[in-house]
Design a protein around this ligand. Structure first.
Ligand SMILES: CC(C)(COP(=O)(O)OP(=O)(O)OC[C@H]1O[C@@H](n2cnc3c(N)ncnc32)[C@H](O)[C@@H]1OP(=O)(O)O)[C@@H](O)C(=O)NCCC(=O)NCCS
Length: 359
């Protein structure tokens, strides 16, 4: 049995007969098949070729990526992904390996991970991070140094990461909300938050952000990298400007996704001081909660609840059957308090793992 690793570049198009387009489609198929298998056959976690293609193109200026396919006797068996910031955190690389069920325990993940680590090291990466959804299972559990959350200690993913010297640093809770079940309470949440938020007003929109809000949104977006709890994970402040924000939005929208934003504006300065973002997926009725942040100078006025409840209300108008998925650090009490009040319920735990090369 021979394992061959080949690169998957960003093709000019995703839907023609070119070799590049064919490789993109194979890569996405492998990713979607493994993900459905891990979710017990649930294919609603899939993304489409067009979504992938658009996001790959949108990211290319700000993030360096490596995408690979592992072929066993010429047939696709797994796929590898690594990324590294080009504007910040250039020594930190995220990595991810997925192997089709019928090709497991044959060294395919090792071949993928060895290749990703070596190539990211050659580019200067010394810290490696991995995020993995771990589904609940009986038996011994593993907790990170934060003391918040746990995952089953004996899954293949845990074994693989530990074999490479990765350490579990943090747990994120994945939770879901059917917007239909919370709709009746949303107006009340908004009214209650507004009683604590005198001097602030809401703005919501669908699609690309209006140009007069881009600079303030970019400044808030940058603070996600410093203000969200990162536990023991290495991180650096990200540099965002209006152009980078537009590239991110374009990458989402050109893939066929819908984006809903809600922001809170400080009426004294007309500046955006809080924001939240919901993005649809290729699968009907599946939505992902992207970033939410209240500027540190404006916390304690229920602006987090205000923007989140307003965006969910806007979502209900778009799609009454929407299901929202979100990931939050288990120690992030302020954000979890808002989500729990809105009705989000926990589904599984995502482990954040890190390995640092010896200096
Ligand atoms: C985790 C995963 C990538 C492993 O793929 P794989 O090709 O079977 O892994 P390999 O054969 O290369 O094994 C590499 C090491 O992982 C560990 N491992 C993998 N599967 C294991 C299992 N079922 N039981 C125990 N150890 C296991 C072992 O340490 C193994 O080394 P060894 O064979 O020398 O003992 C695969 O199960 C998968 O795709 N899971 C779903 C996707 C996912 O969660 N990916 C994130 C991983 S970071």
């Amino acid at each position: 049995m021979g394992i061959e690793i080949i690169d998957v570049a960003v093709p000019e198009r995703w839907d023609d007969d070119s070799e590049g387009a064919r490789l993109l489609r194979t890569y996405v198929d492998v990713r979607n098949d493994v993900t459905a298998h891990e979710w017990g056959g649930d294919s609603s976690h899939a993304y489409s070729y067009q979504e992938a293609w658009s996001q790959w193109r949108g990211d290319a200026v700000d993030i360096e990526t490596i995408r690979t396919l592992a072929l066993v006797d010429g047939e696709p068996a797994g796929r590898g992904f690594a990324e590294r910031g080009l504007r910040e955190a250039q020594t930190i690389a995220g990595i991810d390996a997925m192997v089709l069920p019928e090709h497991r325990r044959m060294g395919v993940a090792r071949a993928l991970v060895d290749d990703l680590l070596a190539r990211m090291r050659a580019r200067g990466a010394t810290t490696f991070q991995a995020w993995v959804d771990h589904h609940p299972a009986p038996g011994p559990q593993l907790s990170p140094p934060t003391g918040f959350g746990e995952i089953p200690a004996e899954s293949p993913q845990v074994r693989l990461l530990q074999a490479y010297g990765f350490v579990l640093e943090q747990i994120e809770r994945m939770s879901v909300l059917h917007v239909g079940t919370t709709h009746a309470a949303l107006a009340e949440h908004i009214a209650d938050a507004q009683r604590h938020a005198a001097g602030y007003r809401l703005e919501t929109w669908a699609g690309a952000s209006p140009s007069n809000r881009l600079d303030a949104l970019a400044r808030l977006q940058a603070r996600m990298s410093t203000d969200a709890p990162a536990a023991g994970l290495d991180h650096e402040e990200e540099t965002w400007d209006a152009a980078r924000l537009q590239r991110y939005e374009q990458g989402q929208l050109e893939g066929g996704r819908t984006m809903l934003r809600a922001i809170a504006i400080d009426e004294a300065t007309d500046a955006a001081v809080a924001f939240t973002t919901l993005v649809s997926a290729g699968t009907p009725h599946i939505w992902y909660q992207h970033d939410t942040l209240v500027h540190a100078d404006h916390r304690g006025h229920r602006l987090g609840m205000l923007v989140k409840a307003a965006n969910l209300l806007a979502l209900h108008e778009q799609d009454r059957e929407a299901l929202v998925r979100t990931w939050n650090a288990e120690e992030n009490r302020p954000m979890l308090r808002v989500n729990e009040a809105l009705g989000f319920t926990a589904v599984c735990s995502e482990g954040a793992w890190q390995r640092k090369d010896a200096p």
